[in-house]
Design a binder for this molecule. Structure first.
Ligand SMILES: [Zn+2]
Length: 168
């Protein structure tokens, strides 16, 4: 009788682990197949609003830069800032990177990319050091960024706009 209850306990634990494993796997699939949770989306929106306010306070101009979430960008890229041929400026964040650290994505990566976007807003399209110029660093720090080092390996700006005049 004693052995039988051990077996029952063992079977129960095995089954419980299996259920747990399936659950975790499904959670992962759910994460990768679906959009970010509304909780994370609203945190991104909140941070973006905060950056808009700081930009106005520090530099005196009103901006509204859209932030897109994508799961098709290269996995080693956290995000990037772009100005397209029509002169529209936007930021894209790598959805898959939110899985490991959403706070880092919102508090570090977003302001970093925002500073790149602000460089485009003021008409500075310098590609020197991958856009990580002294001026960019200053803007990044001013808006409260944490990831504002100039010597990063990222190549995270995309300038599609044609016919611009670099203002180095
Ligand atoms: Zn950068």
């Amino acid at each position: 009788m004693v052995i039988s209850s051990y077996i029952k306990a063992f079977l129960f634990l095995t089954l419980a682990s299996l259920v747990g494993l399936i659950y975790v796997t499904q959670e992962n699939n759910r994460f990768f197949n679906n959009p970010l949770s509304s909780e994370i989306i609203s945190k991104i929106e909140e941070k973006t609003k905060e950056l808009e306010t700081i930009t106005y306070q520090k530099f005196g101009f009103k901006v509204s830069i859209p932030v897109y979430i994508s799961d098709t960008i290269s996995n080693n890229l956290f995000g990037f800032a772009t100005i397209n041929k029509a002169g529209e400026i936007s930021i894209t964040l790598n959805k898959n990177r939110f899985k490991e650290n959403e706070t880092y994505m919102i508090e570090d990566v977003l302001p970093h990319e925002y500073a790149h976007a602000l460089m485009f807003v003021v008409g500075d399209f310098s590609k020197e050091n991958g856009g990580h110029t002294v001026k960019w660093e200053k803007i990044c720090t001013e808006i409260g960024g944490k990831k504002c080092e100039r010597f990063v390996q990222d190549d995270d700006i995309l300038i599609e706009k044609l016919g611009f005049t670099p203002k180095n």
